[in-house]
Design a protein around this ligand. Structure first.
Ligand SMILES: C[S@@+](CC[C@H](N)C(=O)[O-])C[C@H]1O[C@@H](n2cnc3c(N)ncnc32)[C@H](O)[C@@H]1O
Length: 120
C-alpha cells in the first residue's frame, strides 16, 4: 500500500482522540450491537473499532498500514479479543467481506478509489 509511513504517523497521532461524532451518532442510531457484526474499513488507530466493541458489536477491522494490528489491539485491550478480527490488508485486494449488519468507513475510501472498491 502506498503512503504507509504517512498513515502510520497519522494513526499514531490519533490514539488519544475521542470517537468521531459521526460514528457515535451511527452507533446510537443502530441500537444494541450485541450479536451483530460491524466492519470498520480503514480502521486506523482503532478508536471507532473500540467504540463499536463497547456498544456490543463484533468487529472486523481492516487497514493496510503496517502496525495496524498492534495499534488496534492496544486501543481495544479492554475488550474480549474473541469479538475482534483485525486484518492488515490493502483494501484494493479485498475480494469479499464477511457478512455484516453495519459497515463504517471514515476518511479511508477516498484513498482507495471507487474502481478498486467496486468488487467489494
Ligand atoms: C485518514 S485515515 C482514517 C483512519 C480512521 N478511519 C480514522 O477515522 O481516523 C485513512 C486510513 O485509510 C487507510 N488506507 C488508505 N488507503 C488504504 C488502502 N488502499 N488499503 C487499506 N487501508 C488504506 C490508511 O492506512 C489510514 O489508516
Amino acid at each position: 500500500m502506498r503512503g504507509g509511513e504517512h498513515w502510520a504517523k497519522y494513526n499514531d497521532s490519533q490514539r488519544e482522540r475521542e470517537v468521531r461524532p459521526l460514528c457515535a451518532e451511527l452507533i446510537a442510531m443502530a441500537g444494541d450491537g450485541v450479536g451483530r457484526d460491524a466492519i470498520d474499513l480503514g480502521c486506523g488507530a482503532g478508536i471507532e473499532t473500540r467504540a463499536l466493541l463497547r456498544a456490543g458489536w463484533r468487529v472486523y477491522a481492516a487497514d493496510g498500514v503496517p502496525g495496524t494490528r498492534e495499534r488496534v489491539l492496544a486501543a481495544t485491550d479492554e475488550s474480549d479479543p474473541a469479538w475482534l478480527t483485525v486484518q492488515v490488508t490493502d483494501l484494493r485486494a479485498l475480494s469479499d467481506l464477511p457478512p455484516a449488519d453495519l459497515i463504517y468507513a471514515a476518511y479511508s475510501l477516498p484513498y482507495v478509489g471507487a474502481d478498486h472498491l467496486y468488487p467489494v
